[in-house]
Design a protein around this ligand. Sequence first.
Ligand SMILES: [Zn+2]
Ligand SMILES: [Zn+2]
Length: 337
Amino acid sequence: MKNPLLVFNSNGIYCPKGDFYIDPWKPVDKAIITHAHSDHAKAGHRHYLSHHDSKSILKQRLGWEIKLETKDYGEIIKINEVKVSLHPAGHILGSAQIRVEAGGEVWCVSGDYKTQPDPIAVNFEPVPCHTFITECTFGLPVYQWPDEAETITQIENWWKENQQKGKISLISAYSLGKAQRILALIDQSIGKIYCHGAVHTVNELYKRAKKLQGHFPYLSSEIKKEALIGTLIIAPPSAVSSSWAGKLKPLSVGAVSGWMMLRGSKRRQNVDRGFILSDHADWQGLNKAIRQTQSENVICTHGYAEVFAEWLNQNGYNGMSEKTFFESENSEVDIEN
Ligand SMILES: [Zn+2]
Ligand SMILES: [Zn+2]
């Protein structure tokens, strides 16, 4: 491509015409942030731009003093001769795809996205473009998500079984996005729900923004162990695999992740039950989203980028792959905390 609208350099995804970056991994002057997960929203940029709904979480994580401008979905911002706008990515609250237009050419950076509906995030909206930069965390045909409702019923039944056995149920889920999605969907009348501090902090921000309802207190060390029997505790993966969780007894541990689709994930994460629920698009979702953009060029990042680009090449697209430093759910460790 000659004079591409966006280029990958050592700092991140750069727009030479607008002199700004999208989700830069090194400190820059102007950064447009797709969403607040820590591999996309780094500290140290001079100016930030994001969706309104990412504001409190970005400030809470990066510092209340950061210079942050926020916009609504669809609002057009002119940066030099470049028109920039944010569009729903369906990944987590406030997550956005970034549409960039100059000289009649349109590019779109997906950030992380999913095509399944979500009770909290605004549903994914395809953006027609010439070049689409897509994530492909789950870019293999083996990844096919069941219905969200089916997974939630499985979690509820597991919780009830544990109650009958006199056990504590501990769920491992990302503290930003996944935990709140579960809380919004699960039947809260089954029993008491407690949240680990990292999850609780995000819950409070969501509640203040009127995006989450219910009563799920912070699990403080003052709560007696016996009082936890029959309850459900939601904690980030890093806490679930730490000695903190070992003190909760008798315990059943469940992990909620797209990786639970793979045999062996349960064993590797040392959990009793795996539940398939992801905030990323599955194989079908990726293919559908790409078709809907009507793009000719697709640049693949995250995870199975090379194989997925090859697949696109065989299917009439100009598929390419680029390396980024976004690796959230890939590593099976929780870097959100
Ligand atoms: Zn993310
Ligand atoms: Zn990511």
